[in-house]
Design a binder for this molecule. Structure first.
Ligand code: NDP
Length: 485
C-alpha cells in the first residue's frame, strides 16, 4: 500500500503536480525507522525548463496586481495552512523525523505566520516623494522578477514559506528546490498557495540534488537566489549568482556562542542551552553550541543540565509524548557520531549522552561535553546535531574575544541579571540574530540572518522586503532643461 507521505507527483509547476520518472529517483527515508516511505524523481532538464519558463511568464501579471490583491491570497494561504496544521505537521515529521510535539507548533504555524505577515505588508509597499524645489523625485519599489529558493533539510515547510511569502508579496515569482533529503513539504506549500488563489506558475517546486540547484542559479532568466544551507554550498552558490550579477540572500551555518554569567538564573540558562542545542535534535543553524559558562556557576549549571537532559523522551516522533527525535538521515547521524568521537579523543569531558541510541532509526543521544577548549574540533566546526560544548570563562572581556573568534556570525546569546552588562556584551558580539535571557526565538516580525561567513541579507521582518525588491527613482523636472550646448 502507498504510504500516506507519498506525494501525488514529484514537482509542482504551473499550478499542478507534474511527474517525470526519467529523472534520478530520490528515496524518501523516514528517519525514525530507516524505512523508505516515498519516492520522488529529480528534475530533468525539461522539468527545469518548464518551471523557469512558466515562472518567468507568470510573474509579469502577478506584479501588475495590487499589493492588496496579492496579500489577500497569501493571507488566505495562511488560513488554509493553520486549518490543516495537524496533517501538515504529520507530514513534516515524516519528512524530517522531528517530533510531532515540535512540528505541531513550529513548522506549518511558522510558515503561516510568514504568509500572514507578508500578506499584510504587501499592500503597504510604497515609494517616497523627495521634493527638489520645484522638481521632485519619486521612488517605486519594484519586484526583482524570477526568484529561486533553495532549502536545507531541517525546516522544509518553514524555509519554503520564509522565502516564498516575501518574494510573492513583492510581486516576484518563485521556483523552489527543497533539499533532496526532505522533498515532501514544499509541495504542500505550493498546493496551498494555488488553492488560495495564486495564479498558475507563481510558486513552483522542483526536486533534485545540487546539480538542479546549480542549473537554477546559473540560468540568465533568474534575478535572485535565496539559499538556506551550509557555508561551503553558500560560497559556491554566491559565486555562481555573481556571474549573472543576481541578487542573493544567504542563510548559512553557525557555531554560535551562548554566554552564561554567574549571576544568571540557572534554570532559565539551562532552558536556553537546551532550546539552543537540542531542539530539532540540534539541527538548527542558529544553535548556541559553544556554551560559555562563568566558573562560579559551572558545576551547578552542569548538574541541572544533565538532570534536565536526562528527561528527554526519545521515541516514535509521531507520538506527541516524544520530545527528542532522530537525525534527519543516516549520513547526518554518522557525521554527528564522528564529532562525538573527536570530542572524546581530544579530551573533552563527557557529561551525558555520547552514543547512538539503542533503537531503530537514526537517533543520537543528547550529548553534553564539559571542559571544552577553544581549539577542539567540536568547538570550532558546525556539527548540526545534539552536541553541546560547555567552555569555562573568567571575565567579560575574555569571553567576548573568545566568542568572536570564529569565521561564523549567525547568532549569540547572553544570560545575566545585569542588564547593562547584557547590552554591553551583545553590542560587541559579531552576530546577526541575538538573544538576551532567551535563545532561538525566531518570530517573523524580527530580522533573521548572519554576519561574517554565516550569510548575506536577512529573512523575515520588513528587512526581507528590501531583499526581494528594488527601488527605481524617477526625477521629474517642471521647468526647462539647461544644457551646455
Ligand atoms: P547544504 O549546503 O548541503 O544544501 C543546501 C541546499 O543547497 C540543498 O537543497 C542542496 O541540495 C543545495 N545545493 C547543494 N549544492 C548546490 C549547488 N552547487 N548549487 C545549488 N544548490 C546546491 O545544506 P544542508 O541541506 O545539509 O543543511 C544544513 C546546513 O544548512 C547547515 O550548515 C545549517 O547551518 C544551514 N542552515 C542555515 C539556516 C539559516 O537560516 N542560516 C537554517 C537552516 C540550515 P541537495 O541537498 O539536494 O544536494
Amino acid at each position: 500500500m502507498t504510504h500516506p507521505a507519498q506525494p501525488k507527483a514529484s514537482h509542482f509547476i504551473n499550478g499542478e503536480y507534474v511527474e517525470d520518472t526519467s529523472g534520478t529517483p530520490i528515496p524518501v527515508i523516514y528517519a525514525a525507522t530507516g524505512e523508505q516511505i516515498a519516492t520522488v524523481y529529480a528534475a530533468t532538464p525539461a522539468i527545469v525548463e518548464q518551471a523557469l519558463s512558466t515562472a518567468k511568464e507568470a510573474q509579469k501579471a502577478w506584479a501588475k496586481m495590487t499589493g492588496t490583491e496579492r496579500g489577500r491570497i497569501l493571507r488566505r494561504a495562511a488560513d488554509i495552512m493553520r486549518e490543516r496544521n495537524h496533517e501538515l505537521s504529520v507530514l513534516e515529521t515524516y519528512d524530517t523525523g522531528k517530533p510531532l510535539q515540535e512540528t505541531l507548533v513550529a513548522d506549518a504555524t511558522s510558515g503561516a505566520d510568514a504568509l500572514e505577515y507578508f500578506g499584510g505588508l504587501a499592500g503597504s509597499l510604497t515609494g517616497e516623494h523627495i521634493p527638489m524645489g520645484e522638481d521632485w523625485v519619486y521612488t517605486v519599489r519594484e519586484a526583482l522578477g524570477l526568484c529561486v529558493g533553495i532549502g536545507a533539510w531541517n525546516y522544509p515547510t518553514q524555509i519554503a514559506c520564509w522565502k516564498g511569502a516575501p518574494a510573492l508579496a513583492c510581486g516576484n515569482s518563485m521556483v523552489f528546490k527543497p533539499s533532496e533529503t526532505t522533498p515532501l513539504c514544499a509541495l504542500k506549500v505550493a498546493e496551498i498557495l494555488h488553492e488560495a488563489g495564486a495564479p498558475a506558475g507563481i510558486y513552483n517546486v522542483i526536486q533534485g540534488m545540487g546539480e538542479v540547484g546549480g542549473a537554477l542559479v546559473t540560468d540568465p532568466r533568474v534575478d535572485k537566489v535565496s539559499l538556506t544551507g551550509s557555508v561551503p554550498t553558500g560560497k559556491k552558490v554566491y559565486a555562481a549568482a555573481a556571474e549573472g550579477m543576481k541578487h542573493v540572500t544567504m542563510e548559512l551555518g553557525g557555531k554560535s556562542p551562548l554566554i552564561i554569567f554567574d549571576d544568571a538564573d540557572v534554570e532559565n540558562a539551562v532552558g536556553g542551552a537546551i532550546n539552543g542545542n537540542f531542539y530539532s535534535s540540534g539541527q538548527v543553524c542558529s544553535n548556541g553550541t559553544r556554551v560559555f559558562v562563568q566558573k562560579g556557576i559551572k558545576e551547578k549549571f552542569l548538574a541541572r543540565l544533565a538532570e534536565r537532559t536526562g528527561a528527554a523522551v526519545l521515541g516514535d516522533p509521531q507520538d506527541e509524548a516524544t520530545s527528542f527525535g532522530p537525525m534527519v538521515s543516516e549520513n547526518q547521524m554518522n557525521i554527528v557520531l564522528g564529532y562525538i568521537e573527536k570530542g572524546k579523543e581530544e579530551g573533552a569531558r563527557l557529561v551525558c549522552g555520547g552514543n547512538r541510541a539503542d533503537m531503530p532509526g537514526f537517533f543520537v543521544e543528547p550529548t553534553v561535553f564539559a571542559d571544552v577548549t577553544d581549539g577542539m574540533t567540536i568547538a570550532r566546526e558546525e556539527i548540526f546535531g545534539p552536541v553541546m560544548s560547555v567552555l569555562d570563562f573568567d571575565t567579560e572581556e575574555e569571553v567576548i574575544a573568545r566568542a568572536n573568534d570564529t569565521e561564523f556570525g549567525l547568532s549569540a546569546g547572553v544570560f545575566t541579571n545585569d542588564f547593562s552588562r547584557a547590552h554591553r556584551v551583545i553590542g560587541q558580539l559579531e552576530a546577526g540574530s541575538c538573544f538576551i535571557n532567551s535563545y532561538n526565538d525566531a518570530p517573523v516580525e524580527a530580522p533573521f540572518g548572519g554576519v561574517k561567513a554565516s550569510g548575506v541579507g536577512r529573512e523575515n521582518s520588513k528587512e526581507a522586503i528590501k531583499h526581494f525588491s528594488q527601488v527605481k527613482s524617477v526625477y521629474v523636472r517642471m521647468g526647462d532643461v539647461e544644457a551646455a550646448f
